[in-house]
Write a protein that binds this ligand. Structure first.
Ligand SMILES: Cc1ncc(COP(=O)(O)O)c(C=O)c1O
Length: 405
């Protein structure tokens, strides 16, 4: 391993790894030290210099715009197409609330969606007469381009999908779906919820053929809580009405008592942006770029496969999600016969291994497997094979102890 990919060095950037085995990146991954430093340095300067020392303020805003350029470059977009948001949910809502819907318009989405990519559309259905066309997915949640294209009809305005399922780890073929969709129905808008793929898989909006993409920074990118991004393809910016206005994204033409929205995606940023979070996001992005996104994807896929195999060998454990390695990444969801998922989490926590249990706000995805809750192991590149072996060993011990009771 070269110096950049020296795992010891990578692990030293995050103090918690000397105390815990952290296997919950899908909820939020711990920020590496440069992210913490970017934020704390800024906060210290606020106290030492004051937020509005002119030179400091100008430098801060320059850096925010530099980060916008870097975020854009990271996903193959233009800086004008990027808005900073607070999380993944906000971006989805900005699109849902911003588009001019007509009664009878249809939205195509999947039955296994996480709440945040279902409820905003459901609200439109309840309040604006928009119809939802929900694709019934197979047990592993995987859809094909044909399935998506078949759900589109002349009334369809938008198709939305989550790239990687937070409950099952299913990786949807979003680029192939986008290509097929735009070939057959170029007028239909395409939104990708990249909440579980930003910082994990290479994302290039042109190759994905998407019109909108939204994601938080705190998961695979290891940015801070309160950071996120929304990409809006240039040609749609002007047709989206921002739900919040004031200063920032809107100009008030006081003499005419008129106002104008910004011509860029800045129109979605009303008021003062969350500067500490954006600075942290920028540091996280630079950290990921240094490691290289393809290296990250390859390593997480390897660790996911490794953990998957280990768990499958434990009697009493059922691993869910797609069988093929190429169709899953980052999550190993499982149940244990006779043991409630939350008990497994508590037992592992006692031994310093952090995993998570729950419905993961993806009820339909789990109901397809006849369960309400699962345990989820979610490794990132900073984990080792030994971390997964330790989790598997503890799990096997717990099952054995339980059988003896
Ligand atoms: C698949 C998926 N979509 C959307 C979200 C929402 O992101 P946020 O919590 O940043 O609003 C999450 C977060 O857990 C998620 O896993």
């Amino acid at each position: 391993m070269d110096r950049v990919h020296d795992l010891e060095r990578i692990r030293q950037d995050t103090p918690l790894f000397s105390r815990y085995i952290y296997l919950d990146a899908a909820a939020a991954a711990p920020p590496p030290w440069p992210v913490v430093e970017a934020m704390t340095t800024y906060l210290k300067h606020l106290a030492e210099w004051g937020p509005y020392l002119p030179r400091f303020r100008a430098e801060t805003y320059d850096r925010v715009e530099e980060i916008r350029r870097k975020v854009a470059e990271f996903i193959g977009a233009a800086p004008e197409e990027i808005a900073f948001t607070r999380n993944g949910t906000e971006g989805i809502n900005l699109v849902a609330e911003g588009l001019p819907w007509r009664e009878g318009d249809e939205i195509v989405l999947l039955d296994i969606e996480f709440h945040s990519n279902y409820v905003p559309w459901l609200r439109l259905a309840k309040e604006k007469g928009v119809r939802l066309r929900v694709i019934k997915t197979p047990q592993d949640g995987l859809v094909t381009p044909d399935m998506v294209v078949a759900a589109v009809n002349p009334r369809t305005r938008l198709v939305t999908l989550t790239h990687v399922s937070n409950a099952l780890g299913t990786v949807q073929p979003v680029a192939e779906i986008g290509a097929a969709l735009k070939k057959e129905h170029p007028e239909v808008l395409y939104l990708i919820n990249a909440s579980q793929s930003l910082g994990l898989l290479p994302l290039q909006v042109q190759r994905l053929h998407c019109d909108f993409l939204t994601a938080p920074g705190r998961k695979w990118l290891r940015g801070p809580e309160g950071s996120g991004l929304l990409y809006v393809r240039r040609e749609w910016i002007e047709s989206l009405r921002p739900p919040l206005v004031g200063w920032g994204g809107t100009e008030w033409l006081a003499s005419d008592d008129e106002f104008r929205y910004a011509a860029t995606a800045k129109r979605f940023q009303a008021g003062l942006p969350d500067i500490p979070a954006i600075l942290g996001l920028g540091a996280a992005l630079e950290y990921a770029q240094q490691l290289d996104i393809q290296w990250i994807a390859n390593r997480v896929r390897h660790l996911t496969d490794y953990g998957y195999e280990l768990l499958q060998q434990i009697p009493g454990v059922t691993v869910l999600g797609p069988r093929l390695s190429r169709d899953r990444i980052g999550m190993i969801p499982f149940t244990v016969q006779g043991l409630a998922p939350r008990r497994v989490v508590a037992a592992l926590e006692e031994e310093g291994v952090i995993v998570e249990a729950g419905s993961f706000m993806a009820h339909v995805a789990l109901t397809k497997h006849g369960v309400q809750e699962v345990v989820r192991i979610s490794p990132h590149y900073y984990n080792t094979e030994a971390d997964l072996e330790q989790a598997a060993r503890l799990l096997a011990d717990l099952i054995r102890k339980e059988e003896r009771r």
